[in-house]
Design a protein around this ligand. Sequence first.
Ligand code: URA
Length: 229
Amino acid sequence: MARPENETQAVSVRDALQRLHQEITSCHACNLRNGARLPVPGSKIAEIPDLPRVPLLIVGEAPGREEDIQGAPFVGWAGKFLRNVLRRTYLTDLTYITNLVKCRPPENRDPEPQEIIACSPHLDRQIEIARPHIILALGRFSAGYIWEKFLHEKENRPFPGITRVNGQVFPLERNDERLYVSFFFHLAYVLRQARKGNEALPKRFRNHFYGLRIMLEDYGYPMRPKRYR
Ligand code: URA
């Protein structure tokens, strides 16, 4: 199987993201850092795809209790579900995970607009470095941010709300390259629905990832990739 596009280039994004993680760790641009135990810049270094770019970038909302303790995104109960889906769709090694807001809001409250404004330059830089083929925003805050950044102008409308865009994929051209932007509900909502007996939503969530996996094949990533590291 041919190596995926650009994979033969020597430069990995991992080192650049690692340096950025260190900067994020010492950020005090908003008050959230004071109440958080550990900032959560993004995937643990060993889990960042060791490739010249990131095939799939997942943007959650903010760290929760377990993330705050471990300093890593999606390591709590919702994270277990997400990681299981990534494994089953062979996306684990092709995915970099971060959040819109890097420090845990007290009591898991919604992030405030000024906190998003203070923190989002970190996400902007992560996107610049990672140069993802696909961005998947989970939850209304990250979806709103990603929509405004990439789709407001192209779609000629402000963020229509997570319910309208849930499960959709939007192709766009950026820096002469194709970028896919996609959205899904916050995982806590998906799992709450499952607990209420609505199994359709977690199933749609899993199917969404199968769809993203197939899209990555167009870039040359094999269906069952060997481990790249
Ligand atoms: N864990 C995270 O790190 N982010 C979320 O949005 C949800 C759970």
